[in-house]
Structures are given as structure tokens and as C-alpha cells.
Design a protein around this ligand. Structure first.
Ligand SMILES: NC(=O)c1ccc[n+]([C@@H]2O[C@H](COP(=O)([O-])OP(=O)(O)OC[C@H]3O[C@@H](n4cnc5c(N)ncnc54)[C@H](OP(=O)(O)O)[C@@H]3O)[C@@H](O)[C@H]2O)c1
Length: 324
């Protein structure tokens, strides 16, 4: 390696910048580029922002959180109706919150009536949020939910199959009842919901989008083989339905979260959660906001169907919680 291509010894940003400019321009004088901070200093809006910020931030913890970032246009979901299963907590709640912030009318559905009602009351401050208590393993209840949505809104544009759950166990120790409960919820429940909403709304309307929340099962799912099997089933279903329903203008995609800091993690031993970030390439757990943003993106991306988007900080490629 010649001296010209060696890295600078100092790691300061400006040294690296100088080094890169020297490499690019040799001994010629590089064009003078303003530092990014200099560009910002000249913006005419800066004094206004500096005047307003402390006053706004002073009370921001009291305000219902609005948008998390500027990824999407304001009110991009205005006029849209969305159903988020498991929307009373964790990832589902955040998906519902973001959809409401961007203008959608939202339905949340899960089993426990009281916490569901409380979540809907909180979400209602951001827009119109309905709730409906049901177990996704009961197709008759799902039909009732479809009727409820039809009566109130007359249509559905987006279904987010987020409800689900599992428990950690070595495969040989999973009781038959536990196996069936996990498969029934995560595979059968997701299918019952998808079929009912497709037959009631998406296929007759000839429009609609479905996003399934699965798990990061890229290299199997050791330690939770039941849910790995169920979610791989949903992953494959996503591809089949994407093709079957493409010419009816119905898209379906999946989001595969890695380990996300959410209420769902309360079901796992704390010592297991504590050591998890070391097994993730980016060395941190994911955020519910990051999963929700992926769901919103897929629901808007008109030319994307049959895909699974991993939101996992690179976990599918490197790092193992399970010691082989
Ligand atoms: N957190 C993570 O690290 C992670 C990673 C990968 C995938 N996921 C998946 O992402 C989804 C959301 O997880 P989370 O972390 O937000 O956990 P969570 O707070 O436990 O959310 C699960 C939600 O699903 C509902 N639910 C469970 N079984 C149901 C059923 N049979 N019928 C109707 N609703 C049901 C629950 O409400 P009720 O109990 O009231 O029914 C709850 O609102 C789950 O499918 C989870 O497996 C989570």
C-alpha cells in the first residue's frame, strides 16, 4: 500500500475529510466546500427555530406524541381505513398510533377487553380509533369483526396481522397443547383473519394491502421452533397470495422483526433479554417505531408484493442467541 492510500493516523472527522480530498485531488488545490455546520448557520430560519425550540420542547412530554420522523407526507393515510390486530400493546399499538397520526381511521382488535378499551381511548386522541375484542383463532368472531367494520366504515384498505405470541422452550420440551396454541395463533389465526378480510373487503373492492408481522426466521428459529414453523408458513403464504391476488390489486407483504424493545419481551426471562444486544450486529435492540415505519412503507409501496422485510439490525446474517 502506498503512502497515498494509507489511512490517516488521526481519526478526527476533519482529518479524514482532508485525507479523502487529498486522495481525490492529489497535489491540486481541492475546491473549497463549506462545512455542513456553516451551511446551517446561514439559513434564515435558524433564529426562529432557536427562539421556538426551548418553548416547544419544554412541554413536549405532555403532548400526545405526533410523528416520529418525516419519512412520510402529512396525512398520507387520510381517507384510509386500517385494522391492526394486537393493536392494544407494543408493536401493534405503535403501528396504530402512526397510522392515526398520518390520518387513517383505525380498528384495533385483541382478546383482553379492558386493556383494549384503554388503548383505544388513548389512541382516540389522535384520530378515530375503534376497538373490537376477539381471539383470532375464532373465525366466527372474525366474521363479526368484518361486519362491524363494514357497518361503520364500509371498506377496509389495510390489514396488519400483528397479533401473535409464543414462549421459549427447547423443541423436545414443547407440550402438544403449547405447540397447537402457537400454531393456531400465529399461522391459523393469521390465515382466518386474512381470508375473511380479503373475501369481505379486498377482493370485492379490488384494492387493499396486507402486512403480516412474523419473526426473524431466516436461519430457523432455535429455542422457539413452534413459532419459527408457524411464521415460515405465513412467509410462504405471503408469496402464494401475492401472486394469486396480484391481478385483483391486492398486495401482501411481511415484516420480520428481530428483537424489539416492546411489551412482548416481558414474557421472556430478563437474563435472556439482557445478553441479547451482544448477538445483534448493530449492538442494540430494535424500536417499535422502526417496525411500524416498515409496515407503513410496505402498505404504501404499490410495486412491492410477496416480500419479507427484515427489521433486525442485521441479525439474520450474524449472531446467535441459541448456543449450539
Ligand atoms: N417484540 C419482539 O421482539 C418481537 C420480535 C418478532 C416478532 N414479534 C411479534 O410481533 C407481534 C407483536 O409483538 P409485541 O412485542 O408487540 O408483543 P405483545 O405486546 O405481546 O403483542 C401481542 C398482541 O397480540 C395480541 N394477541 C395475542 N394473541 C392473540 C389472539 N389469539 N387473538 C387476538 N389477539 C391476540 C395481544 O393482546 P391480547 O393478549 O389482549 O390478546 C397483544 O396485543 C407478535 O406477533 C410478536 O410475536 C415480536
Amino acid at each position: 500500500m502506498t503512502e497515498k492510500h494509507q489511512h490517516p493516523h488521526s481519526t478526527s472527522r476533519s482529518d479524514v475529510r482532508k485525507h479523502l480530498l487529498k486522495q481525490a485531488y492529489g497535489q491540486k488545490k481541492p475546491p473549497t466546500l463549506p462545512e455542513p455546520s456553516a451551511i446551517f448557520a446561514t439559513t434564515p430560519l435558524r433564529p426562529l427555530r432557536e427562539f421556538l425550540s426551548p418553548k416547544l420542547y419544554q412541554f413536549s412530554y405532555l403532548a400526545p406524541r405526533k410523528k416520529t420522523n418525516d419519512m412520510f407526507q402529512d396525512k398520507i393515510f387520510e381517507g384510509k381505513t386500517a385494522l391492526v390486530t394486537g393493536g392494544r400493546s407494543g408493536i401493534g399499538y405503535e403501528i396504530a398510533r402512526q397510522l392515526l397520526n398520518y390520518g387513517a381511521e383505525v380498528y384495533i382488535a385483541s382478546r383482553k377487553e379492558e386493556p383494549l378499551k384503554e388503548a383505544a381511548a388513548a389512541l382516540n386522541k389522535l384520530g378515530t380509533c375503534h376497538h373490537f375484542a376477539l381471539d383470532i383463532r375464532e373465525p366466527e368472531k372474525i366474521d363479526e369483526l368484518a361486519e362491524y367494520i363494514m357497518d361503520k366504515s364500509g371498506k377496509l384498505d389495510l390489514l396488519v396481522n400483528n397479533a401473535g405470541g409464543q414462549f421459549p422452550s427447547p423443541a423436545e420440551g414443547i407440550a402438544r397443547k403449547g405447540w397447537l396454541a402457537v400454531i393456531n395463533t400465529n399461522l391459523n389465526g393469521t390465515w382466518f383473519m386474512t381470508q375473511a378480510m380479503a373475501n369481505t373487503f379486498f377482493l370485492p373492492q379490488e384494492s387493499g394491502s396486507i402486512v403480516n408481522i412474523i419473526v426473524d426466521h431466516y436461519r430457523g428459529f432455535p429455542g422457539m421452533s413452534h413459532t419459527g414453523a408457524a411464521r415460515a408458513g405465513v412467509d410462504n403464504l405471503t408469496k402464494s397470495l401475492a401472486v394469486e391476488w396480484a391481478n385483483r390489486n391486492v398486495r401482501i407483504n411481511s415484516v420480520a422483526p428481530g428483537i424489539i424493545k416492546s411489551s412482548g419481551l416481558e414474557n421472556y426471562p430478563p437474563e435472556m433479554v439482557a445478553q441479547v444486544s451482544g448477538t445483534i450486529p448493530v449492538k442494540r435492540l430494535g424500536k417499535v417505531e422502526e417496525v411500524a415505519e416498515a409496515v407503513l412503507f410496505l402498505s404504501l409501496a404499490d410495486y412491492v408484493t410477496g416480500e419479507t422485510l427484515y427489521i433486525d439490525g442485521g441479525s439474520r446474517l450474524w449472531g446467535d442467541m441459541w448456543q449450539a
